[in-house]
Design a protein. Structure first.
Ligand SMILES: Cc1cc2nc3c(=O)[nH]c(=O)nc-3n(C[C@H](O)[C@H](O)[C@H](O)COP(=O)(O)OP(=O)(O)OC[C@H]3O[C@@H](n4cnc5c(N)ncnc54)[C@H](O)[C@@H]3O)c2cc1C
Length: 289
């Protein structure tokens, strides 16, 4: 449990942070530390230096644009996401997901950027941000690049970030009136990891689904979009039959799932389908009032 020696650095800006990361071999970003410090204690990782971005003002902003999109700084904590009026108004699904995350300590320290950069298959935010078509803004000494979720999340515990880069912000495009975003999951215990997670976004106009996003989490290394289910939902009436349409398409889809200590692949596949069904039904219900 005793941490190995490391340098502790407090950058004053994003520019400082990326310069430190580029210059110091083996340096890592420290955000909420809820995973990184535990991994260090368990001797799973041993960074030579920690570049602490948790109190970096530039990474702690939440900004709404006139077009309805919002930009969330990577160091914004779950507790703040849950309470922030801009997030609650523009993307209530982000606020509700943050509010339901684990316990108060993790919510007060853990950050949306740390959650995404870790890209644990069971992490809450990667599938949700995939369904929201979020853009990941990556900063480096030479400038920034902007990646889609499919580009950013590259596999189990890995992302497209290279040495010297940090995730600066996540931009979420405007969510139109008539769009419903619902997430559902099944977890091992009361405050433990998800075995199956589904996020469903329905863009509904005149009682018909225009476009859909159906994304699974906790099944593979990265979020998995179910293109066949999305195609089946698009053009369908947003009524009580929609969940059955999703389930039939799910059965035809090539859904990739892993087998692990928590459950078999077959159980995980079935539970993923249950989460999709529940999320679609809830999204339909959300438009009924
Ligand atoms: C008891 C417990 C239960 C948990 N259960 C869940 C759960 O159910 N769902 C869930 O999603 N999470 C869960 N977590 C994990 C928690 O959400 C972590 O906070 C999160 O995964 C990491 O966020 P962090 O801000 O603490 O990042 P850190 O632990 O500080 O960093 C995590 C990784 O991301 C890198 N990093 C962080 N920020 C940046 C950045 N801006 N740019 C580049 N790299 C960066 C770090 O270098 C490190 O590799 C749990 C944690 C605990 C302790």
């Amino acid at each position: 449990m005793i941490l190995p020696p490391f340098r502790y650095l407090r950058p004053q800006s994003i520019g400082d942070a990326v310069s430190m990361l580029a210059a110091i071999e083996g340096a890592a970003v420290l955000a909420g530390g809820q995973t990184l410090v535990n991994a260090m204690k368990l001797d799973l990782v041993a960074p030579t230096a920690l570049v602490d971005v948790h109190r970096l003002d530039e990474l702690a902003t939440i900004t709404a644009s006139a077009d309805g999109s919002i930009a969330i700084g990577a160091a914004v904590t779950y507790a703040r996401l849950a309470a922030d009026p801009v997030v609650r108004q523009h993307v209530p699904a982000v606020a509700s997901m943050a509010a339901g995350l684990v316990d108060r300590q993790v919510r007060n320290r853990g950050t949306i950027g740390g959650n995404c950069c870790l890209n644990d298959p069971t992490s809450n935010f990667p599938p949700l941000l995939t369904a929201l078509d979020a853009v990941f803004v990556v900063a480096a000494v030479g400038g920034e690049r902007r990646l889609s979720a499919a580009e950013f999340f590259t596999g189990t515990l890995t992302t497209a970030l290279c040495r010297g880069e940090i995730l600066a912000a996540v931009e979420i495009p405007a969510v139109a009136d008539g769009t419903r975003v619902v997430h559902r999951h099944l977890q091992v215990g009361a405050d433990s990891w998800a075995m199956a997670r589904a996020v469903v976004r329905l863009d509904v106009r005149e009682h018909t689904v225009q476009t859909a996003r159906v994304v699974l989490g906790a099944v593979l290394g990265s979020p998995q979009r179910l293109d066949g289910v999305e195609a089946a939902l698009a053009g369908s009436p947003a009524g009580s039959e929609l969940a059955a349409v999703a389930c039939e398409a799910f059965d035809r889809a090539d859904v990739q799932v892993v087998d692990d200590v928590h459950c078999s692949a077959e159980y995980r596949r079935r539970m993923s389908k249950v989460q999709v069904r529940r999320a679609v039904a809830a999204a339909v219900e959300a438009g009924a009032s």
